[in-house]
Design a binder for this molecule. Structure first.
Ligand SMILES: Cc1cc2nc3c(=O)[nH]c(=O)nc-3n(C[C@H](O)[C@H](O)[C@H](O)COP(=O)(O)OP(=O)(O)OC[C@H]3O[C@@H](n4cnc5c(N)ncnc54)[C@H](O)[C@@H]3O)c2cc1C
Length: 257
């Protein structure tokens, strides 16, 4: 099975593999009482958007870059903040006709969310709660990342390229106002993972199996190959989820080709 971090747990849950209380509440027979969907990990993402100055509207030659940085609360050796320079905000939002987003993310978050079934009906989407910034440390690190992104935009090096800050905007000045603005305007970095787990955050079937089989969700004869199967533990760089997720999502399937 490889239906992604929302689809795979939904299929498992509808098949009776998941938290017994949730399954019983929906009238689904319990095949295995496992914490499927109880450990959604994703990266919170906040876009600071800046109007590009006339004469620099094309973001050329470079249109993308990523900074990896350690927050003031990072563990030794960790790079827990990303600042990405992207074109994700439509240029029509800018009075100059050009926008650059300097977007901040906590890529080693503590907060985890959930994926639950809303209905037994496979046509009904599951309920996704990212639960971003649920810990004070995550919220503080996000604030730090956003302030760093704003500082870049206001640096002398970018002064000739950036006309104005569009979001959050200069009116959002002190830390408490900025923290509230961030909390109300968070996006996802689109890196959901780790939703198809067995007990204690470890994929079912791990114990007693060879390394190649670590992470398989073999409960009831199923094998879960994609991103939901990844474990959530261990320091960087061993954490699969500390940044890009596409390659870790593909590796298990490639190994089986
Ligand atoms: C906009 C965006 C930008 C991204 N950028 C990056 C990036 O730059 N770098 C990076 O590393 N990662 C990036 N990612 C994340 C990366 O794409 C994902 O981590 C990765 O695709 C996850 O792979 P997956 O196989 O677990 O799930 P998916 O790629 O989501 O595949 C799941 C598949 O299952 C199918 N499916 C679901 N339910 C069912 C069902 N019931 N029956 C049949 N089929 C079903 C879906 O249609 C889908 O094709 C980005 C994601 C998004 C959305």
């Amino acid at each position: 099975m490889s239906a992604g971090s929302y689809g795979s747990p939904a299929i498992l849950l509808r098949s009776g593999v998941g938290p017994a209380d949730q399954l019983i509440a929906l009238g689904i027979g319990v095949v295995a009482d496992l914490p499927v969907g109880r450990r959604l990990l994703d990266h919170p993402y906040f876009h600071t958007a800046h109007a590009l100055a006339p004469g620099h509207l094309e973001m050329t030659p470079a249109v993308g870059a990523i900074l990896w940085a350690a927050s003031g609360e990072a563990a030794p050796g960790e790079l827990d903040l990303n600042i990405t320079a992207t074109h994700l905000i439509p240029p029509s939002y800018s009075p100059t006709g050009g926008v650059i987003a300097l977007s901040a993310s906590v890529v080693l978050p503590e907060s985890t969310g959930t994926v639950k079934l809303a209905s037994r009906d496979p046509g009904v989407a599951p309920l996704i709660d990212c639960n971003f910034l649920a810990t004070g440390r995550d919220a503080r690190r996000m604030l730090e990342g956003v302030k760093l992104a704003r500082d870049f935009a206001r640096s002398p090096d970018l002064a000739s390229l950036i006309a104005d800050e569009l979001t959050p905007g200069d009116a959002v000045a002190d830390d408490s106002a900025l923290a509230a603005f961030i909390a109300g305007n968070l996006a996802t970095y689109y890196h959901p993972s780790s939703t198809a787990h067995g007990r204690a955050g470890r994929p079912a079937g791990r114990r007693g199996r060879g390394r190649r089989r670590q992470g398989d969700q073999r409960t009831a004869g199923r094998r879960c190959l994609d991103h939901p199967r990844h474990p959530v533990h261990g320091p960087q760089p061993h954490r699969h989820d500390a940044g890009r997720t596409r390659l870790p999502a593909r590796l298990p399937g490639l190994r089986r080709l």
